[in-house]
Design a protein around this ligand. Structure first.
Ligand code: NAD
Ligand code: TYD
Length: 356
């Protein structure tokens, strides 16, 4: 089927990886990106695609109903892949308002516009609204708790995860109330190329390259379940093509690691990959424990059995391979990340971290 996709947030980290993935695997499909280019959006992430006839970039806000309606109609969109969000937990603690607006009101706006578009076109069965969400909606696990499954009750703990949970509930309700063909995915922590420097893995890579302290919250024993972003994209491909409307799919890589161990792994990789030009060696000497994030979830872990058994998806990149690819990418892309360390970013950094 020749799909026509609207990718919201396509200039961000996962969205831009997804757009590259989709254009490579389905070059006959048209892809329209709608992105407001907030601090986290970067049109340069899509530079290699701008020449393609089948590709269009539109700068705009998902809360702008008339713009969304006009795009759905004029581009004859049948599939929305919805990535646009405020995505950083630490920023949601400092300033939650933008999270409610984009994540909840923005998702509602897209749902309403898509419902109208779907109804006007006589409810085609192949239309899809893919809502890309997070495992953080399930809250925090104890050390021996079973991993999150699709039936784990929601218990979000940060303004970020609460706003994503709110959007998930709206998406679910649009299927149950209107039979709008929506699907939700809840994925674990992603890493890979084009991730904004504020997140743990890029922050660690970049700070090592600059010889700056590596801030680790609390005792460093919080656990995250890491997935290489390319594997997330292949999972979303499986969901768009074979997922059942009204269903939720958990996506994860079975890679639970304590933060401190992850940071050490990156330090060792950087010592190996960039031996001559590291300001501080071994890079582990930069590790600095800082005041913990308020309400910091202790452990996340995903049970990805459903997507494996029902859609045949499994991840293909191991954590050590993925970290190596990622460390090399940041090492070779100074020109991508250096401009992102702007005065605004420094301001956020100062507000967020308490180095004792
Ligand atoms: P990101 O912050 O890197 O990118 C978000 C993108 O959305 C940016 O390009 C930004 O400009 C755009 N955007 C923000 N507000 C907008 C608005 N009002 N209108 C239009 N565009 C807007 O985020 P990411 O890490 O790529 O995450 C993408 C999605 O995946 C999010 O919905 C997030 O909740 C989800 N998710 C992320 C992870 C992760 O580890 N990063 C894991 C699971 C799920
Ligand atoms: P992050 O990349 O912000 O993702 P999330 O909070 O959405 O899981 O953080 C991953 C983990 O790393 C999380 O437990 C918080 C921790 N962390 C640090 O210890 N130091 C940091 O500077 C950052 C950004 C995160």
């Amino acid at each position: 089927m020749n799909r026509c996709l609207l990718v919201t947030g396509g200039a961000g980290f996962i969205g831009s990886n997804f757009v590259h993935y989709w254009c490579q695997h389905y070059p006959e499909n048209r892809v329209v990106v709608l992105d407001a280019l907030t601090y986290a959006g970067n049109r340069a992430n899509l530079a290699k695609l701008e020449e393609r006839e089948n590709f269009r970039f539109v700068r705009g806000d998902i809360c702008d109903r008339s713009l969304v309606e006009q795009l759905l109609q004029s581009e004859n969109i049948d599939t929305i892949a919805h990535f646009a969000a405020e995505s950083h937990v630490d920023r949601s603690i400092l300033e939650p308002g933008a999270f409610v607006k984009t994540n909840v009101v923005g998702t509602y706006t897209l749902l309403e516009a898509f419902r109208q578009h779907w109804q006007i076109n006589s409810k085609p069965a192949h239309y899809r609204f893919l809502h890309v969400s997070t495992d953080e909606v399930y809250g925090s696990l104890g050390p021996d708790d079973p991993a999150f499954s699709e039936t784990t009750p929601y218990a979000p703990n940060s303004p970020y995860s609460a706003s994503k949970a709110g959007s998930d509930h709206l998406v679910r309700a649009y299927y149950h109330t209107y039979k709008l063909p929506t699907i939700i995915t809840n994925c674990s922590n992603n890493y890979g190329p084009y991730q904004f420097p504020e997140k743990l893995i890029p922050l660690t890579c970049i700070n090592i390259l600059m010889g700056k302290p590596l801030p680790v919250y609390g005792d460093g024993k919080n656990v995250r379940d890491w997935l290489y972003v390319g594997d997330h994209c292949s999972a979303l491909d499986a969901v768009i093509h074979r997922g059942i409307p009204g269903e939720t799919y958990n996506i994860g890589g079975n890679n639970e690691v304590e933060n401190i161990n992850l940071v050490r792994m990156i330090c060792q990789l950087m010592d190996e990959l960039a031996p001559s030009n590291l300001p501080v060696r071994p890079a582990e000497n930069l590790i600095t424990f800082v005041k913990d994030r308020p309400g910091h979830d202790r452990r996340y872990a995903i049970n990805a059995t459903k997507i494996k058994t029902q859609l045949g998806w499994t991840p293909s990149v191991t954590l050590s391979e993925g970290l190596r690819l990622t460390a090399k990418w940041y090492l070779n892309h100074h020109r991508w990340w250096q401009p992102l360390l702007s005065p605004d970013y420094q301001d956020y950094y100062q507000k967020n971290y308490i180095f004792s």
